[in-house]
Write a protein that binds this ligand. Structure first.
Ligand code: ACM
Ligand code: ZN
Length: 542
C-alpha cells in the first residue's frame, strides 16, 4: 500500500470511528425531560458489586436509599447507603449548591465517582431521577440479567423552568385503586412532575371517606350501570394518608379537588336536601353537564360543605384545595326561591355573581384553615379574589386575563393538554372532529404555557401547566396508562425547558429507549407515534 492510500484509509477509519463515537455518545443521553446543560466526556463510570452509595447530609439518605433499592432489585447485587465511602462511589450530597431554585441539581460522573449535588432534597431527588435514566433501561426490571451497568461520563446542570408541573387524574368517572394511584405517582416522579391534581368528586362518583356523612361513601361512591351492575369505590382516610405520604417521599404534592357548586349530582343523590329542587337524583352513569347543582341560597349547603372540607383539609399538606367551579348551569338557581332571596339580600345582580358569592364564601372558610383555593377558569365570571389560583382550561385566554389582573394561573388548555383526546390518526381525519379532539405527541410537545401578551411581572403569575386525564371512557388502568404515555413525556419538556431549548426531533430520538423503560416498569403505552402515516400527517402541525 502506498503512503497516500494508507493515510487516506486511516483517515476514513479515524473519521468513521469519531462519528460513530459521536452517535454513540449522543445516543447514550436519553433523558426526559432533557436537562438544561449536558456536557459529555469519555469518562464512563462502571457500576460493580463493590460500588458504594454514599449520602452527605441526613436528608440525602432517603434518596441514596432509593437508588440502592432500585439497583439492588435490578442488578442482583446488594447495595445500601453509607455515610462514608472511598472511591467507586455514587455520592448524594446536600447543601453544597446555593441555587435559588429548590429543584436544581448538578450531576458529574467520572470513572471513580458519580456526584449528585443539590441545595435541597427536591433537587437531589431530580438528580437521582436523572441518574436513573443514565443507567441502561434494565434498571427498571426486577432481577434483570444485564451484566453491564455503565454510566456515560457527563457534567449536568439542571433546573426546571416552571414550579408547577402537573398531571391530573379523574377518579370519579372511573375509580382506580390505591395501588394504581401510587404507580401513577411513581411514574410522575420519574419524569419530574411535581403536582398531582386528584379529581375526587363529580356527578359520577364521590371518592373520599367523610366520617360525618357516611352516605357519601355508601351511596355517592357507586353508580348503577344500564345493565344493573354497580361500579365505583372510594378511598378511606387511611388510604389517602398513605397515598399522600407516598407522594411526599417522591416530591409530588397532592392537590385534592372537591367540585362545587356544579358537578355535584353524586352528592345530591345521597343528600338531595342540598339541591334547589329537592330531588330525587341518581349517581350519573354518563358524561355530561347536569342542571342539578348545590343550592346557593341554603345556609345548610354551606354548613355541609364546610364540614366536609374540615375533615378533608387535614389529610392534605398541600397549601391548595381545588374547589372546581366549572360548568355550573344556573337554571335551578334562576327558579329557586332561596337562591333568589340570597341574591336580593347580598345585592347580587346575576347568577354568575351568585356563583362568585359561593366560591368566595368557601374560600374564606378555607383561608381560615390556612389553605388557598384553585378554581377552573369559570370562577372568574362571578368575580374572584386575588388569592385564588386559576386553572385556564378552555384556552389560554382566561389565564392570560387572570395573570393580568394579578391572579396566579395554571395553564391547561384542552386543545393541547387533555389526554383524554385521541393521540393517533389511524382512522379519522382531524378535520372531521376539529383538531381539539386529537392530541398527537407532536401537538402535546408544542404546548407553551406562557402567553405572549404578558409583561415580565405578569408572567410571574404563570406557575406552569398541567395535563388532564378525564376518564369516562377509560374504565381500566391499562387504558389510563395508554392515554398518558408517551404524551406525558412530551408534555414534561414543555414545562421543564424554555421554548427555544425544545427540540422535537431530539425528543423523538429518545422515544425508543423510553419505550423500553416504560415496558420494563410495567407501564402500558400507546405506540401511535410509530405509525409512519401518523407522523407524516402531523409533520406540519402548528
Ligand atoms: C373541565 O374540563 N370541565 C375542567
Ligand atoms: Zn337554590
Amino acid at each position: 500500500m502506498n503512503i497516500y492510500k494508507f493515510i487516506s484509509q486511516s483517515l476514513v477509519i479515524i473519521l468513521f470511528s469519531l462519528s460513530f463515537q459521536h452517535v454513540r455518545a449522543a445516543g447514550e443521553i436519553q433523558i426526559i425531560p432533557q436537562p438544561q446543560k449536558v456536557e459529555l466526556t469519555s469518562n464512563q463510570f462502571v457500576l460493580t458489586k463493590d460500588t458504594k452509595i454514599q449520602y452527605i447530609g441526613s436528608n440525602a439518605k432517603p434518596i441514596a436509599d432509593r437508588l440502592a433499592e432500585l439497583l439492588s432489585k435490578s442488578s442482583g447485587f446488594s447495595f445500601f447507603s453509607l455515610k462514608n465511602a472511598g472511591q467507586n462511589t455514587i455520592v448524594f450530597q446536600l447543601g453544597s449548591n446555593s441555587s435559588a431554585n429548590i429543584e436544581a441539581y448538578t450531576l458529574t460522573s467520572t470513572p471513580t465517582k458519580i456526584i449528585v449535588k443539590a441545595a435541597s432534597p427536591n433537587g437531589l431527588f431530580y438528580g437521582f431521577q436523572t441518574l436513573r435514566q443514565l443507567f441502561p433501561p434494565a434498571i427498571e426490571l426486577q432481577n434483570s440479567n444485564a451484566t453491564h451497568w455503565t454510566i456515560p461520563g457527563v457534567n449536568i446542570e439542571d433546573a426546571p423552568l416552571y414550579p408547577y408541573r402537573g398531571l391530573h387524574l379523574d377518579v370519579s368517572r372511573h375509580f382506580f385503586d390505591k395501588k394504581f394511584i401510587m404507580k401513577y405517582i411513581d411514574m410522575m416522579a420519574m419524569y419530574k412532575y411535581n403536582k398531582f391534581h386528584w379529581h375526587l368528586t363529580d356527578d359520577q362518583g364521590w371518592r373520599i371517606e367523610v366520617k360525618r356523612y357516611p352516605q357519601l361513601t355508601k351511596t355517592s361512591a357507586y353508580r348503577i350501570e344500564s345493565k344493573g351492575d354497580t361500579t365505583g369505590g372510594f378511598y378511606t382516610q387511611q388510604d389517602i394518608k398513605e397515598i399522600v405520604a407516598y407522594a411526599r417521599e417522591r416530591f409530588v404534592e397532592v392537590i385534592p379537588e372537591i367540585e362545587m357548586p356544579g358537578h355535584a349530582q353524586a352528592v345530591l343523590a345521597a343528600y338531595p336536601e342540598f339541591s334547589c329542587s329537592g330531588g330525587p337524583f341518581k349517581v350519573e352513569t354518563t358524561w355530561g353537564i347536569f342542571n342539578d347543582v348545590f343550592c346557593a341560597g341554603n345556609d345548610k349547603t354551606f354548613e355541609f360543605l364546610e364540614n366536609v372540607l374540615d375533615e378533608i383539609v387535614p389529610l392534605f399538606p398541600s397549601k391548595y384545595i381545588h374547589i372546581g367551579g366549572d360548568e355550573c348551569p344556573k337554571i335551578r338557581w334562576e327558579r329557586c326561591v332561596k337562591c333568589q332571596a340570597r341574591m336580593k339580600r347580598e345585592n347580587l345582580w346575576t347568577e354568575h355573581e351568585l356563583q362568585g358569592y359561593f366560591m368566595k364564601r368557601i374560600e374564606k372558610h378555607l383561608q381560615e384553615k390556612g389553605k388557598r383555593i384553585i378554581g377552573w377558569e369559570e370562577v372568574l365570571e362571578g368575580g374572584v379574589s386575588k388569592s385564588a389560583t386559576i386553572m385556564s382550561w378552555l384556552s389560554l385566554k382566561a389565564g392570560t386575563q387572570a395573570a393580568q389582573q394579578g391572579n396566579d394561573v395554571i395553564m391547561c388548555p384542552e386543545k393541547l393538554c387533555y389526554f383524554d383526546h385521541y393521540q393517533g390518526l389511524e382512522t379519522e381525519e382531524p378535520e372531521a372532529f376539529g383538531y381539539g379532539r386529537f392530541l398527537p405527541l407532536k401537538a402535546a410537545y408544542s404546548f407553551n404555557p406562557m402567553p405572549k401578551e404578558l409583561s415580565s411581572e405578569q408572567a410571574t403569575h404563570i406557575l406552569g401547566g398541567q395535563a388532564n386525564v378525564w376518564t369516562e371512557y377509560m374504565p381500566t388502568t391499562q387504558q389510563v396508562e395508554y392515554m398518558v404515555y408517551p404524551r406525558a413525556l412530551a408534555f414534561i419538556e414543555t414545562l421543564w425547558l424554555k421554548p427555544e431549548s425544545k427540540d422535537f426531533k431530539a425528543f423523538e430520538s429518545k422515544i425508543p429507549s423510553q419505550y423500553e423503560r416504560l415496558k420494563n416498569a410495567g407501564i402500558n403505552f400507546s405506540k401511535s407515534w410509530d405509525k409512519e402515516s401518523t407522523k407524516t400527517k402531523w409533520a406540519n402541525f402548528k
